[in-house]
Every structure is written in structure tokens, then in C-alpha cells.
Design a protein. Sequence first.
Length: 133
Amino acid sequence: MEHSILSVDYVPYNDTSISYAERHSHHPYANTTYGLNDEIRIPIQNQDAYTFPAESYIYIQGKVTDKAGAVHEDIQFVTNGLVHLFEEIRYEINGTVVDRVKNPGIATTMKGYASYDRNESIGLAMGGWEHTG
């Protein structure tokens, strides 16, 4: 049996080849109103960029109105409500699907209930996670 893999008598190597990171905003195509089953694509055209999906987020801005267009202050979303707006979320690189989630509202809510403790769920309230108990 090879015992060299258990040898820890050397100095650890720290990879410092990435010296800084930049944040960029990417907007979807020109459509400003989306209907049922519309696809929202956010293309990143810079071929020299390496993306870090774990640090990415989607910012949703808008108003909640009724059918007549009136804004009501007392409307509340369910826990993790904005994610329920999406039927599927895909992460693709050069047209190849790297990761895909069907029904992300249900999937992330179930994961959240299983994963978040009381303090974490209080901290996620601004992101649409309703603290229960």
C-alpha cells in the first residue's frame, strides 16, 4: 500500500493566481413586460470572463397590482414567494446546461425548511423568506 498520500510534512500550497474580482450587471433582453411562459435570458458576452455562480444573484424590481392596476399595501407573498414566479431555472455555458432546477419555488422552499435554523431564517426575511416560529 502506498503511504506517500498520508505524508503531511510539506508546506501547503496557496493558489493566488486570481488577484481580484469585479462585479458586473447583466440585464435581460429589451423586453420590459413579461407574460406567462416568457423566457428571460441574461447573456454574458465577455469571452474572457470567468463567472462565479455562487456569488451571483437576481434582483427583481416591480409593483404588485390587482387586475385594475391598483397597488395594495396589504398584499403579502408566501414564503420564498418570488422564486415561485419561475417554472424552471437553468445555468448554461455555451449552450450546454450545467445545472437545472424545475419548480425552483418548491425545491428551494423545501431545502430552506430543512436547512435554515431560526436565526438564519430571520436574516433571510429581506430576501422573501418568511420566518415561522
